[in-house]
Ligand binder design. Structure first.
Ligand SMILES: Cc1cc2nc3c(=O)[nH]c(=O)nc-3n(C[C@H](O)[C@H](O)[C@H](O)COP(=O)(O)OP(=O)(O)OC[C@H]3O[C@@H](n4cnc5c(N)ncnc54)[C@H](O)[C@@H]3O)c2cc1C
Length: 627
């Protein structure tokens, strides 16, 4: 959905459903393209009922799906209109997954209904994403135009991406990741060519706090910007969908960060929905920025070693769009632009020797002898609410192998999962699902105690909040030592004072469950630390900058600046740099070499310094002069 500012504000609702429903192609009748079969994409359903459109894994799964996120209560049916090519006996397959296979009934069971008749097969019962066969169904001549519905049977995270009906028993759809996307497009009659969206001075991919801050500053410099973001609301982890409050100082960028940050409410507070409204209103007021929300950037084109164009898919209708750009900003958190354009990137923990980040007191928990794939983990936050009667909750044996005897009635940032063998991008769905099991199991343990018996599950995010994944390598790799020793750089454009804060899984110290983390804090020598502009552009691709948790840093170097106000400061610096790129017709590295004084001045780090502001908006002490 491409929204003009006024339209967006008028229609703005925090429910993704209403945003998607405003698109003219959303909810169209599924029709046959070959006279013998019909594919229906659940993302295109006109009525999502109580199902959530889950697009967060689209960049690596290649598809989105509907999720029955009912917190243990079956959600309302989702449905769509369908037109069969002719009457006959159709073979049925649903693209789905038993998300928690084991020695129990699959938790995510659902049925498919044709009209009001349920097919005999119960879906969501086969492991891994697969086309689960649904037997056959007789479509009479009076049923050519009918509806297909998903009926959730459990309220426990059932999922379905597509349903296929074919008159041919041998027409089983492909599951091969290389063939599936094109096959799906062909079947629903979507063109494979992308709609040209024109040229932008700056294309920002990822609308978290870093991407938003970059858009505001670039806009102020007359830069024509496209923001491609795969969720319906801006803010990333700060959004009402995930609900993390913004930490870190505003530094010298308060004018920008004031527009997009959050108050210091507890993480997961519904007040995050109010902060969304403020952010969206301010973002939509920008004159030079076009927003492509609920669009996933899925590929890019290179020309002469530079990024030339990116392609994005609109989740609700599968439309492909192509954007050419002069400059690009990777603020996806997962470093997708850097990864796809072939940049060197880092993932996991460096050896303690590589950047001298050793801290003897904490040994391997802080920095290992040998590099490994451990990173700070991802979280799913949740809470309960008091009711006036004893709550009923179904048995969740499938959750207990993760939750064990753990008892909890809410989950804050420490509900975090990572594993040396699980990748925060490619295994993100497994990680999110592991957290679902931790939550449902711990909650079930809790309500068995008298003092918790009236507590009902109120909110569980279905989006996994990420802390760390790919870090794109720039001309400088920002390290923990740079932060700890308060190193000042001639090209510093970000200032922070928050201690270095790196997490480890408590399981490593023998804790009985594996989904809780703890933080280790390291103090800063001279209170403040600084990030150089050289860590905010890619060393390998000349027209790519990074802002946010995918900036050029080590695992320990990320520990302090990963919080959102600091990431926002990076966005501010890259947004101003994009302005200078346009002004001088140069790339980021040249701006860092030839125009760094001007960039630092724009960022408030050179010349007349604007006041230094903390996260609450109060002025704080200037750094002490260093000799
Ligand atoms: C549970 C938890 C607690 C935390 N506590 C705090 C805290 O108290 N305060 C604080 O400030 N920070 C906290 N952090 C850290 C902080 O939230 C992250 O480091 C921060 O969100 C990084 O900002 P970002 O803009 O780089 O990434 P994100 O906030 O992740 O935003 C990136 C956005 O890009 C989108 N995107 C990704 N790929 C694509 C694509 N291919 N196409 C289109 N869009 C895409 C994503 O959907 C995402 O919304 C916490 C993190 C977690 C998980």
């Amino acid at each position: 959905m491409t929204l003009h500012r006024r339209d967006f504000i008028n229609r703005m609702s925090l429910a993704s459903v209403s945003l998607l429903a405003s698109h003219p192609l959303f909810g169209k009748t599924a029709i046959s393209t070959d006279r013998k079969s019909v594919l229906i994409e659940t993302a295109h359903f006109g009525n999502l009922g109580g199902w959530m459109l889950d697009s967060q894994f689209e960049p690596h799964l290649g598809f989105s799906y509907l999720l029955a996120h009912g917190l243990g209560k079956p959600v309302e049916n989702a449905s769509s209109k369908i037109k069969f090519p002719k009457a006959g006996r159709y073979h049925v397959w649903a693209l789905t997954k038993d998300w928690c296979p084991g020695d129990w009934e699959s938790p995510g069971r659902f049925q498919v209904l044709l009209g009001d008749q349920a097919l005999s097969e119960t879906f969501g019962t086969k492991p891994d994403w697969t086309w689960q066969t649904g037997g056959t169904v007789e479509v009479g001549s009076g049923q050519i135009n009918t509806t297909v519905s998903l009926k959730d049977l459990t309220g426990f995270e059932g999922r379905c991406s597509a349903i296929y009906f074919s008159l041919d028993a041998n027409d089983k759809p492909p599951i091969d990741r290389d063939k599936l996307p094109q096959w799906r497009r062909d079947k629903v009659g979507l063109p494979s060519t992308a709609v040209d969206q024109g040229h932008y001075d700056l294309i920002i991919v990822g609308g978290g706090i870093s991407g938003c801050a970059a858009a505001i500053t670039a806009d102020s410099q007359g830069v024509k910007v496209a923001v491609i973001h795969n969720r319906p609301v801006l803010g990333g982890n700060a959004s009402g969908e995930i609900r993390v409050h913004t930490e870190g100082i505003h530094g010298r960028a308060s004018k920008v960060l004031d527009k997009i940050d959050t108050p210091h409410y507890p993480n997961s507070d519904p007040l995050a929905l109010e902060a969304d409204k403020k952010r969206m209103k301010n973002m939509m007021a920008l004159k030079n920025v076009d927003y492509f929300l609920s669009h996933t950037m899925n590929s890019l084109e290179m020309k002469d070693g530079r990024i030339h164009a990116v392609q994005a898919m609109e989740t609700a209708n599968g439309t492909l769009k192509r954007f050419t750009g002069t400059q690009f900003l990777d603020s996806t958190g997962d470093g997708w632009l850097g990864h796809m354009s072939g940049c060197e990137y880092r993932y996991g923990r460096e050896s303690k020797h590589e950047f001298n980040e050793e801290w003897e007191e904490h040994g391997e928990l802080w920095s290992p002898e040998k590099p490994d794939n451990r990173v700070m983990g991802s979280s799913v936050m949740w809470y309960t609410r008091a009711t006036n009667k004893r709550v009923k909750f179904p048995a969740v044996p499938w959750a207990k192998t993760v939750a064990k005897n753990y008892v909890a009635t809410e989950g804050e940032w420490q509900w975090e999962y990572s594993h040396n063998d699980l990748h925060q991008v490619y295994d993100a769905e497994t990680i999110r699902d592991h957290m679902f099991r931790a939550i449902y199991g711990s909650y079930d343990n809790a309500i068995k105690r008298r003092q918790n018996a009236n507590l009902e599950l109120d909110w569980i995010s279905f989006l996994v909040g990420k802390r760390e994944s790919r870090r794109i390598v720039g001309d400088h790799i920002y390290s923990g030592v740079d932060a700890r020793d308060s190193i000042e750089f001639p090209d510093s454009v970000v200032i922070e004072k928050r201690k270095i804060d790196v997490h480890y899984q408590q399981k490593l110290l023998g804790y009985p469950v594996d989904f809780k983390s703890e933080a280790i804090f390291q103090a800063i020598k001279n209170t403040y630390y600084y990030i150089p502009y050289r860590s905010l552009y890619a060393k390998d691709v000349p027209n790519l900058q990074m802002a946010g948790r995918c900036f050029s840093c080590t695992h320990i170097g990320l520990g302090g600046p990963r919080v959102m106000n600091t990431c926002g400061q990076m966005g501010v610096a890259t947004g101003y740099a994009a302005g200078l790129c346009k002004k001088y017709g140069k790339d980021p590295r040249q701006i860092g070499k030839d125009h760094i004084k001007e960039l630092r001045k724009l960022c408030g780090h050179e010349g007349e310094l604007p006041p230094l502001i903390d996260r609450a908006g109060d002025e704080i002490a200037e750094p002490a002069a260093t000799s």
